[in-house]
Ligand binder design. Structure first.
Ligand SMILES: [Zn+2]
Length: 261
């Protein structure tokens, strides 16, 4: 059995064998959760012994209940989740292929299950900080990125209209995607560390789009090259507070230690 602490949810499309930089696949498994089955997940192990679970991920409306994926991470014993998404750049400083780190988010989704707490009497789960500070710092330290930004989560598959793109920019949105919300809030409810990385696949509808394939491929490759350093950086001891978001609820007797089982 693995001691992998990290699950990588891959919502970008990569050429075959690209992830060999993280080491060979040493295990595969499917996890049955009360929200559906998740898998097959692949466990990769680097020569330094750093393990990471990998799960291809799609925000299509037809996907599995997003609660299943986060619960599977918890059941596997992974305490950190990195979601690598392909997004739409709203901020004109972001170009096709550039990666950016999610530092905050706006929830514009309407159709997806948003909570594990349908009957537990939990009335508020704080979103401050909205992402894991330790994982986000590791992303900035190891990946050559355009910067950090505000992510707007939408349902899809339809793209934003020109009018919406202008409105989102006025809201302070830097990028739009379909895979990081509500996963980010569900991870908080499970007290998992969560970070989001977005590679810009398109420019928003109100912007002139530039050259197509080359820039995107180069941007994806730059992240892949840095992933081993990122995984290795997370073998450091935990310094963030993501693991005790629900302590107040436990003190009030609303939640058992293992309520999620
Ligand atoms: Zn954390």
């Amino acid at each position: 059995m693995s001691n992998a602490s990290l699950l990588l949810l891959l919502a970008v499309v990569l050429p075959p064998r690209t992830l060999d930089v993280l080491g060979p696949v040493v295990e595969e498994c499917t996890v049955e959760t009360r929200y559906g089955s998740v898998g097959p997940l692949a466990l990769r192990r680097s020569t330094e012994g750093a393990d990471v679970w990998i799960q291809p991920y799609s925000g299509l409306p037809s996907r599995t209940d997003p609660r299943a994926t986060l619960l599977a991470a918890k059941m596997l014993g992974a305490r950190r989740v990195l979601n690598w998404d392909a997004g739409v750049a709203v901020n004109p400083l972001l170009r096709r292929g550039q990666p950016a780190v999610v530092i905050d988010y706006i929830d514009f989704t309407r159709h997806q299950p948003q909570t594990f707490f349908e009957s537990e009497g939990i009335r508020s789960v704080k979103q401050d900080p909205p992402v894991c500070t330790q994982m986000t710092t590791a992303l900035f330290d190891t990946i050559d990125i355009a910067g950090g930004g505000v992510y707007l989560g939408v349902d899809g598959p339809r793209r934003e209209t020109v009018a919406e793109a202008r409105m989102f920019r006025q809201w302070g949105v830097d990028m739009i995607g379909q895979n990081i919300v509500p996963e980010i809030t569900l991870a908080a409810e499970l007290e998992l560390c969560y970070a989001g990385l977005v590679t810009m696949e398109h420019l928003s509808a109100d912007q002139q789009d530039g050259p197509r394939q080359g820039a995107l491929r180069a941007g994806l490759e730059s992240v892949v090259r840095a992933l081993p350093s990122f995984v290795q950086a997370l073998t450091e001891p935990v310094t963030c507070g993501c693991g005790d978001r629900l302590n107040a609820a436990r003190r009030r007797g609303l939640l058992a230690e293992d309520w999620w089982k």
